[in-house]
Design a binder for this molecule. Sequence first.
Ligand code: GTP
Ligand code: MG
Length: 519
Amino acid sequence: MSQASQNPLEIVIVGHVDHGKSTLVGRLFFETGSMPEGKVEAIEAMCKRRGVPFEWAFLMDALRAERDQNITIDTSHIWFKTAKRPYVIIDAPGHREFLKNMITGAASASAALLLIAADEGVQEQSRRHGYMLSLLGIRQVAVVVNKMDLVDFSEKRFQEIETEYRKFLKEIGLEPLVFVPISARGGENIVEPSKSLGWFDGPTVVQVLDSFAPPVASSETALRFPVQDVYRFDHRRIIAGRIETGTLKVGDEIVFYPTGRSSKVASIEGWGSQGVSEAIPGGSVGITLEDQLFVERGHVALKKGDRAPGLARRVTANVFWLGKRPLKIGSVLKVKLATQEHSCRVAEITGVLDASTLEVRQGVDFLERDDVATVVLETDRPLVVDLQADFVSTGRFVLVDGYDVSGGGIVVGFEEKSVQVTAEVLNPETRWGILGQKGLIVELKGTDVARNTVERLLLESGIRASASTNEHAAALRDAGVVALIRGPAELSFDLSEVGALDVVTAIRLAARISQEPAH
Ligand code: GTP
Ligand code: MG
């Protein structure tokens, strides 16, 4: 058996609350012989003592609690094996947690089971989750219609649900591989075909799992090596990170973005005492270079000649907002993409979507919790970025509001900015272009309090600004700063007549570098 076929296939199970996700996972675990000896009996006895009905979900909770002692095991991941291969099922407690895990890379499902209870049928979360899967690029989806025992194993009811849900999934571009009727609690059609479902001639749940294709080996694509940290060790500088895609060998010429500087790999340090000659996807490694380059956390390495990522300050993304506060045009947040962390501003919001009803609201300037929308983000510094369809690790990001992960998104477009490495002396215009902001000299008439307010608001909105004396203003401007002086200057505002916010808006516009692509 090859190495790759030993890696567990990661599958996420999603569906409306109480439709039976944990029960199905418990059953799968049990029926595939993964349950520790005597465990079911112990929980049954415990339920009897307490006078509560036995639940497979309790059993899974009990197993998790035991595993929690071992902090390396994530509570929502359940491992089991079929005759064909091993699996990890991610039983997502709620769609927010699931989304957070998916966009932070904590989970990386390559296939999904969408579960719908036959008695309640298609519900809000059934639709929402379907949409999230399509947004996250999970294309291998099977729909499991559970609790068939509650509808007398009715073929008609099963077909009603299939027709309704298929139609919805089609609208969002998802085509499920199959619809399967089951009873998770009764163990019907999990491993063995069910007699009660004699009219159904499709696969069991385990057969569905075994029919999912494994993820494509990502070593076939270009290298993406986001730098986690740079350590000094003896006299060497070790660049540490995780190989997200591609491979890396000693002697390879690699290029770092956003600097565009390149060098050859001198060594690859393993965690053991010896170095290794090649690193493969998923591996955390430390490397040393033949030349001294400025490299820091957030930089991304690729091989010379590899398809290059974008360097972008304007990124178009499909964003799902999970924050308690609404996300507004003009909101300033932190974007975390691979190991990069930049401040960003919401520049545009187009077509806010209710993922359950698929209703699109146009001309909306804020997102509420659970909304999905296409959003244009402007970052303070260029982001090294790929389209999510090409590279997952550098094509998805998390949005942080204060200290909370409040949303996430996948990159669907960006405006390029090519890396130029030159030895020329920089003039103010090139400097402003790199910083993404023009320097200006602005006269502000008014009280100290009003002037300080403007300065603070500018800084908070991501504009570099500073109060200045007249004689230092030109140097600040050339360095890419908005110099606020008492005057006189070409751009002038009287704060006793114009509100601070209006002044800030006007200055922001004036300091903005044109985003029109140069044709
Ligand atoms: P959340 O994690 O809270 O979203 O729920 P869940 O989707 O994990 O559902 P869970 O497995 O906890 O099941 C909810 C209830 O449905 C429990 O009381 C189960 O016993 C019951 N249930 C699950 N599967 C079946 C089934 O096939 N038939 C019947 N009749 N009940 C079921
Ligand atoms: Mg559950």
